[in-house]
Structure formats: structure tokens, C-alpha cells
Design a protein around this ligand. Structure first.
Ligand code: NAD
Length: 291
């Protein structure tokens, strides 16, 4: 099946990156959010990020202009229904995602493929609440979307082969690489990454190291490009906590117990870069560790 129009639900950190790469690859993109202000900010950010790519010679000024011309926005979810492909990338909460799919159902075309960019929630369960579990998949992008090469494709129990093949083709057209994962909590990347981040928070919580020593240790000692706490701030501490809870509940193993310090940061509203404070404070010129 050929995909021409793409609807993206949620214009946060991930949604704006997804809109960016699809528009650049030639798809017509309709971006939706409940907040008009978020949509405005997302479009301005996409424009700046495309500008930066053009300045580095990665794309031409024409590519930049053409990509911007392919992006439209709406606060009305129903407008998205006419798209060939829908990518839900709203807040990582199952009730939020379920409500979005429920509201979308009456407005979909028969051939529309539904996908979720969820980091951890069961694709099979989300799909089962729709009228088309066979045309439903996990479509998991990495942050920042324009930079990261990998896309995880997650088949629910009912996903059919044409849907999987269609998304493989889309990933190829985006110039990215697909990895297929079975539908188990947090899939592949976050099943491995999040327990490491959670362990880094435990290391901080138990006083084994401070923020700087933990991040330096993993950068210089394990050759990671970012320290785990810096990475957690980048992902969003609310998203990290949500993923640990999905692992804990879904696999029923205490080794996935979210660190109480991670919960405390989230309760404080210190969610990382997006709120300007997390394991580091980003309000000044340089990030300053908060512990
Ligand atoms: P975010 O908090 O930056 O953005 C979420 C957006 O969803 C907000 O703009 C919010 O207004 C919007 N939203 C909430 N309810 C909505 C609704 N009913 N309709 C339309 N929009 C709604 O979060 P994010 O980091 O962009 O994460 C979005 C999704 O991407 C989550 O499922 C997350 O797990 C997944 N994800 C995140 C990362 C990451 O590194 N942050 C990586 C891969 C996947």
C-alpha cells in the first residue's frame, strides 16, 4: 500500500521530530496536539532544525522550504482521520492513548494504518481496542528523531504482513533502519536501556556517586556518548518512570522496581530538559548537577 499522507498526534519532543522527517521525505504531514501553543512551537522548532541541517549542507534550502510547505497543523483530532498513516505520539499514558484511538475511529478511512510511538505500552492491547488490530503496529522512533538512525517496528499479535511490509517501506523511504521487535513490555531498546538508567538513579540514591561522577564514569569508562542521568533528562524523567512502571507491572519482576528518587524528581515536576530541571539544572548557561 502506498502512503502519501501522515497524521501525527502529539507535537511534543517526539511528534515534532516525526513530522520533520516525514515532511523531508516527501510525505504530507498533518500535526495535531491539544495545545495550539505546542503546535506553534513545534512548527517553529522544525523550521529551526531544518535550517540547521541546511547550514550544515545536509539538505538544500529548497528541501527546507518544500518540507515546511508539507506540514499543516490542527487542534481537531478528527481532521487526522483522513490520513493514510497515523502515528500517535502523545503522552506516555495508556488512558490518553486509548482515548485518542477511540476518538479517531469514526473518522478513519478503511485503509488507514494506525501506529503508536509508545516506548513501552502493549501494542496488542492498544490495537484490541480499535476496529483494525490487523492494521495496527508499534512505530517506535528514537530521540532526536532527525538524528537517530533506528526505528523499532513492533507487531501486535494480530498485525498482518501487508501492514508490516508497508511500514518497512516507509522506514526505508525515511532513510532509516528498522529493527523488528516482538510485543513485550518496552520492546528491545528500552528493555535494555531503562533498567540501566534506573540503576544509575539507584547509584545516585544510595550515594555511591553524585550526578557528575556517575555520568563521567559511564562516558569515559563504558564509552557511552552521554551519561545515563544526562540521557534520562534528555528523554524526560516522566517517560523514564512510565517505562519502568510498564516493565515492573508487565514482567512482574522486582528487578524493574522504579527508584524512589526517580519518582521524587517526577513528583517535583523536575522532568529533565523539557522543564529546564532534572538531574541537571538547565536554567543557566551551563547545566548544573542538582545532586
Ligand atoms: P512530550 O511530553 O514532549 O509530548 C507529548 C505531547 O502530547 C504534548 O505536546 C501534549 O500536549 C500532547 N498530548 C497529550 N494528550 C493529547 C491528546 N489527547 N491529543 C493530542 N495531543 C496530546 O512527550 P514525548 O517525549 O514527545 O513522548 C511522546 C511519545 O513518544 C510517548 O509515547 C513516549 O513514550 C514516546 N517516545 C519518547 C521518547 C523520548 O525520548 N522522549 C523516545 C521514543 C518514544
Amino acid at each position: 500500500m502506498e502512503i502519501r499522507t501522515v497524521g501525527v498526534v502529539g507535537a511534543g519532543q517526539m511528534g515534532n521530530g516525526i513530522a520533520h522527517v516525514f515532511a523531508l521525505a516527501g510525505y504530507d504531514v498533518l500535526l495535531n496536539d491539544i495545545s495550539a501553543e505546542t503546535l506553534e512551537k513545534a512548527v517553529a522548532l522544525i523550521d529551526r532544525n531544518l535550517e540547521r541541517q541546511a547550514a550544515r549542507g545536509k539538505i538544500t534550502a529548497e528541501d527546507h522550504g518544500a518540507a515546511m510547505a508539507r506540514i499543516r497543523t490542527t487542534t481537531t483530532l478528527a481532521d487526522i482521520g483522513a490520513s493514510d498513516l497515523i502515528i500517535e505520539s502523545a503522552t506516555e499514558r495508556e488512558t490518553v492513548k486509548q482515548a485518542i484511538f477511540e476518538d479517531l475511529l469514526p473518522h478513519l478511512q478503511p485503509h488507514t494504518i494506525l501506529t503508536s510511538n509508545t516506548s513501552s505500552i502493549s501494542i496488542t492491547r492498544l490495537a484490541s481496542r480499535t476496529d483494525r488490530p490487523e492494521r495496527f503496529m508499534g512505530f517506535h522512533f528514537m530521540n532526536p528523531v532527525p538524528v537517530m538512525q533506528l526505528v523499532e517496528l513492533i507487531r501486535g499479535i494480530a498485525t498482518d504482513e501487508p501492514t508490516y511490509k508497508t511500514l518497512l517501506g516507509v522506514v526505508e523511504k525515511l532513510g532509516k533502519t528498522a529493527a523488528s521487535s516482538e510485543d513485550f513490555p518496552a520492546f528491545i531498546v528500552n528493555r535494555i536501556l531503562m533498567p540501566m538508567i534506573n540503576e544509575a538513579v539507584y547509584t545516585l540514591y544510595e550515594g555511591v556517586g553524585n550526578v557528575r561522577s556517575i555520568d563521567e564514569s559511564m562516558k569515559l569508562g563504558a564509552n557511552h556518548p552521554m551519561g545515563p542521568l544526562e540521557l534520562a533528562d534528555f528523554i524526560g524523567l516522566d517517560t523514564c518512570l512510565a517505562i519502568m512502571n510498564v516493565l515492573h507491572d508487565g514482567l512482574a519482576d522486582t528487578k524493574y522496581r522504579p527508584c524512589p528518587l526517580l519518582t521524587k524528581y517526577v513528583e517535583a515536576g523536575w522532568l529533565g530538559r523539557k522543564t529546564k530541571r532534572g538531574f541537571y539544572d538547565y536554567r543557566g548557561d551551563e547545566p548544573v548537577p542538582t545532586r
